[in-house]
Design a protein around this ligand. Structure first.
Ligand SMILES: [Zn+2]
Length: 325
């Protein structure tokens, strides 16, 4: 699976990953890769730490042991980590990942690419706002399930047969299941968050009534409840939750990644010019410009919600006009 992710990055950006075993590491299971640009210049060190063990935090994330920045005129290249808790190998079988784990691998790898390819001057500018940070990660998940990509890496562990096309088709269809419900319960929570955090009156007597009014405003039907109710909405009230007035950003990132991937769909999923535009305008830029202007630099316009509606099964894909010449 990791080789699959590396090959996507190679076909998009020309970058290569070579394992380096002599680099010191904090645990024997950590693997270290030297990342080089298409011209052979050094870009970053990238480390993976894939399996759970006692004392290791759960979940999956992308971290850095060193940021990219320019110090005294010298480009300091980053050390980027991807930490996961994937299924361990069992018995004679290698680690066989679930589909969700594969998507997680591509997702965190996308965050990794954002750091690996960074070209900023000031360390504080390497990061991006929360409602933009999931674009580079989520867009990578698209390639994971492209038939052309699957054929290269999704092979049966005993027979080496590529994943059968009808199964891939079924996976695609199953992804549409329950999208209406999921979208509405999520959007309800996002509106609730925004309503709480745009309150201008500090005096509030009845939180339940406030919540009811907030959900009433969007016409939420009784069959669907908000994904989170106010008393346990940790993302927006909890210590370190960090999503106050920002819970919408998960869905907004999907608007961005669906619209951005649409650019690849139109030109070809490995189209060099599109990949270079994505790299130069987004992956290299960190937070050096306002997120919307970075996006427009890549896409030439603001994002459209249409590709996300199509992805979720709410709209039909526009049929491309027949070529006239
Ligand atoms: Zn993420």
């Amino acid at each position: 699976m990791r080789e699959g992710a590396f090959s996507v990055a190679n076909r998009l950006y020309g970058i290569t990953f070579t394992e380096r075993t002599e680099v010191p590491k904090y645990h024997p299971e950590v693997k270290t890769f030297e990342v080089k640009d298409a011209d052979g210049s050094f870009l970053a060190l990238y480390t993976t730490d894939y399996h759970p063990r006692p004392g290791k935090r759960g979940g999956a994330w992308c971290g850095r042991l060193r940021d990219q920045w320019v110090k005294d005129g010298k480009d300091v290249r980053p050390v980027v980590t991807n930490v996961m808790n994937f299924t361990r190998p069992a018995g004679d079988a290698p680690a066989l990942l679930s589909l969700e784990e594969v998507q997680t691998l591509f997702h965190e790898f996308g965050h990794g690419l954002h750091r690996i390819l960074s070209r900023v001057t000031y360390r504080s500018m390497a990061g991006v706002p929360r409602d933009f940070v999931e674009l580079p990660s989520q867009i990578m998940e698209n390639w994971a399930l492209e038939p052309e990509v699957l054929r290269g890496y999704a092979k049966h562990w005993k027979t080496s047969e590529p994943i059968p096309a009808p199964l891939v088709e079924k996976i695609g269809k199953s992804e549409l299941y329950g999208q209406g419900f999921a979208t509405v319960e999520y959007a309800a929570a996002a509106y609730l968050d925004m309503n709480w955090h745009t309150l201008t009156d500090a005096k509030l007597e009845d939180a339940t009534a406030f919540e009811k009014a907030s959900l009433g405003k969007i016409g939420l039907i009784p069959e669907i409840v908000s994904r989170y109710r106010s008393p346990y909405f940790q993302h927006i009230f909890g210590p370190g939750g960090g999503y106050s007035a920002g819970y919408y950003s998960y869905l907004w990132s999907e608007v961005l990644d669906a619209d951005a991937f649409q650019a690849f769909r139109e030109k070809g999923i490995f189209d060099k010019a599109t990949a270079t535009a994505f790299r130069k305008n987004i992956l290299e830029k960190g937070g050096t410009a306002e997120a919307m202007s970075l996006y427009k630099g890549f896409r030439g316009r603001e994002p459209s919600v249409q590709p996300l509606l199509v992805r979720r099964g709410f709209a039909k894909a526009a049929v491309p006009a027949p070529a006239t010449n």
